[in-house]
Write a protein that binds this ligand. Structure first.
Ligand SMILES: [Zn+2]
Ligand SMILES: [Zn+2]
Length: 173
């Protein structure tokens, strides 16, 4: 099984474009959902753009077919979001030291909230509060606050795609 990320041969490019300054600025300002929509649109409308985006975002496992020719076994995303640290990582560069994360749970630190009445001031344990008051929460693994770097090393963990047949079995059990 050979994984490869092929770089496009520049001599094959049939046309090059030079985006205007205004376009570069607009790309910088658009949000992620809008850029995704635009990219989908480009891939649907241009074979060349589709190939180029595949080369940037996909990995391909190849095998030697009966004819002796290389065939595509499967294609998968080159970049994934780690379930542990929530950052994007390159699946070709994932090893035991790639990720730092907390293996414990993030708990409310009562001392910090001594004067906080939830009925008056609102719920303590929400995503927004964790973000705004990191010192009010501690990890059970190391006692560090919510914004502390991970306390152990490991591989980035990616979401596994579930095959349709497996999904069915889960439902029936
Ligand atoms: Zn920790
Ligand atoms: Zn990670």
């Amino acid at each position: 099984m050979a994984s490869k990320a092929s770089n496009k041969d520049p001599s094959k490019a049939s046309s090059t474009a030079r985006p205007s300054k205004a376009l570069i600025k607009a790309i910088g300002r658009a949000d992620l959902d809008r850029l995704r929509t635009v990219l989908h649109h480009i891939c649907q409308n241009s074979e060349e753009a589709n190939e180029s985006v595949e080369e940037d975002l996909l990995m391909t496992d190849l095998y030697v077919g009966k004819s002796g020719r290389m065939k595509v076994k499967r294609q998968f995303s080159r970049y994934e979001e780690c379930l542990r640290c929530r950052s994007e990582f390159d699946v070709t560069e994932n090893d035991d030291l790639a990720c730092t994360y907390h293996y414990g749970s993030l708990d409310v630190w009562d001392d910090f909230w001594a004067d906080h009445d939830e009925d008056v001031h609102g719920t303590i344990d929400t995503d927004k509060m964790r973000e705004n008051f990191p010192d009010g929460f501690v990890y059970s693994c190391c006692g560090e606050s919510a914004n502390a770097n991970g306390c152990v090393y490991g591989r980035h963990e990616e979401e596994k795609d579930v095959e349709p047949r497996q999904q069915k079995r889960f439902k029936w059990q």
